[in-house]
Design a protein around this ligand. Structure first.
Ligand SMILES: CC(=O)N[C@@H]([C@@H](O)[C@H](O)[C@H](O)CO)[C@@H](O)CC(=O)C(=O)O
Length: 299
């Protein structure tokens, strides 16, 4: 790589995509959104156009506009900013994103790790200097190849490779990713927020998730407690966090509900989701938001 790369660590908010009530992207919310993350949640990195951001439901042009807006508003505010998912790598490099994450194709699926590595290599060739991460999310892609197999030898094919965003629950595979990444100084970022403590014990370097949009401040406390070796406090926070997510899941927590919850908690107008996601009844989101506020007030 031709530039030095700051290792990705800590909490990263997987951002929602603000839409107008008519369903168009609403770039005017991005500035206040960044202020909210920074000032209220102490979250300094973002991951955009991902699952939470309904990236797959946006047009290429919308994704580019969002990426440009986040990078334009975010630089100077954030020491470190992580943007984008998908195959628009060249555009990401041109707007100053700090990295890209690529999911597996999910219609024609790779039959093995070799095929997936070749695909990631092809994407990275459009932006060879931009840090590249593999985004492992089998629950959405339906591609359950071991991420550790995908990492194996990838540094020889992709010099800009920097790690994996691991949204899965297989701790054996996750542990092997961490182990393999050690010798390359890569980042392993965990993406199942309600199971973060298990991943921290295995040595992940940070986390990317939707709930850090409104629970970042508390999860940052949890990370500090973990770093200080205060296992009792870390566990107590994780248990409370799990209770909130379980409450939400019992009410049918999905990206649509989550988006409305973010509007209720932050006061920012995230707008409706895009079809096929259906708008969430406000009363449901308010019940979850109240639970989050109660949790937040206790800390
Ligand atoms: C499947 C899914 O959406 N997972 C979320 C989690 O943050 C998830 O919302 C959270 O753990 C609650 O279940 C993230 O991993 C997704 C993410 O980082 C993204 O938006 O790309």
């Amino acid at each position: 790589m031709s530039r030095s790369v700051k290792k990705l660590t800590g909490l990263v908010a997987a951002t929602f995509t603000p839409l107008t009530t008519e369903g168009e992207i609403n770039l005017s919310v991005i500035g206040p959104y960044i202020d909210y993350l920074k000032e209220k949640q102490n979250v300094k990195s973002v991951f955009i156009n991902g699952t939470t951001g309904e990236g797959c439901s946006l047009t290429v042009d919308e994704r580019k506009q969002l990426a440009a807006a986040w990078c334009q508003h975010g630089k100077g505010n954030y020491g470190q900013q992580k943007c984008l998912k998908g195959t628009r790598a060249r555009h990401a490099a041109s707007i100053g994103a700090d990295g890209i994450a690529v999911i597996s194709p999910s219609y024609f699926k790779p039959i093995n790790a070799d095929a997936l590595r070749l695909f990631i290599k092809e994407v990275s060739a459009f932006a060879p200097d931009l840090p590249m991460y593999y985004y492992h999310i089998p629950s959405m892609t339906g591609v359950a190849l071991d991420a550790a197999d995908v990492l194996n030898g990838i540094e020889q094919m992709i010099p800009s490779f920097q790690g994996v965003k691991y949204t899965g629950t297989d701790l054996r595979d996750l542990g092997q990713c961490v182990c393999y990444s050690q010798s390359h100084n890569w980042s392993v970022m965990f993406g199942v927020d309600e199971q973060l403590l298990g991943a921290l014990v295995l040595g992940v370097h940070g986390a990317v998730g939707s709930t850090y949009n409104y629970l970042g401040r508390i999860v940052n406390q949890m990370l500090a407690a973990f770093d200080n070796g205060n296992h009792m406090q870390t566990r107590a926070l994780q248990f409370e966090f799990m209770e909130v997510i379980t409450f939400a899941k019992n009410l049918g927590f999905d990206v649509s509900v989550n988006k409305q919850v973010m509007s209720e908690v932050s006061g920012l107008a995230m707008g409706p989701p895009r079809l096929p996601l259906l708008p969430c009844p406000v009363s449901k989101a308010q019940a979850i938001a109240q639970k989050i506020k109660d949790f937040s007030q206790g800390h």
